[in-house]
Design a protein around this ligand. Structure first.
Ligand SMILES: [Zn+2]
Length: 135
């Protein structure tokens, strides 16, 4: 089994950490390289990459001195959270988010073109509600 060179994948890791790559794409990447990873890295690191990719990829990026801007991800499924901020997030953004979302209740958001302010997971529907002060 050939060795895995993380540096060759560093741009992909950065994109993932920054939230430009969806969680299911990470699973595809991991499955593709799983045999190589399994025989080349420590068992614990292998499991970390499999189950907690975000935290572990940040460590790899840090190790290579790559700067990145970590995006908020869902605590349940690790998908990138969408932020609905009153006065900033526009209706079109909410509709686009809800049209591409997979959770139950997304259709209602499309119809109403409104969602509760906060951070929303497009995959499982996990929500962190925010109360924003209106000045
Ligand atoms: Zn989620």
């Amino acid at each position: 089994m050939s060795e895995i060179n993380f540096f060759e994948h560093i741009n992909y890791f950065k994109s993932f950490v920054e939230g430009n790559i969806p969680i299911y794409d990470w699973q595809t990447w991991f499955d593709k390289y799983a045999p190589q990873l399994f025989s080349n890295i420590k068992r614990l690191d292998y499991l970390r990459l499999k189950f907690y990719p975000l935290e572990h990829l940040c460590k790899i990026l840090d190790k290579y001195g790559i700067s990145y801007k970590k995006r908020e991800r869902c605590y349940k499924c690790s998908d990138v959270l969408f932020q609905a901020i009153p006065g900033i997030t526009i209706k079109e953004e909410i509709i686009t988010f809800a049209q591409n979302a997979k959770f139950k209740g997304a259709k209602k958001i499309v119809q109403e073109a409104w969602m509760h302010p906060g951070m929303h997971c497009p995959n499982c529907g996990f929500t962190i509600f925010h109360s924003y002060k209106v000045d």
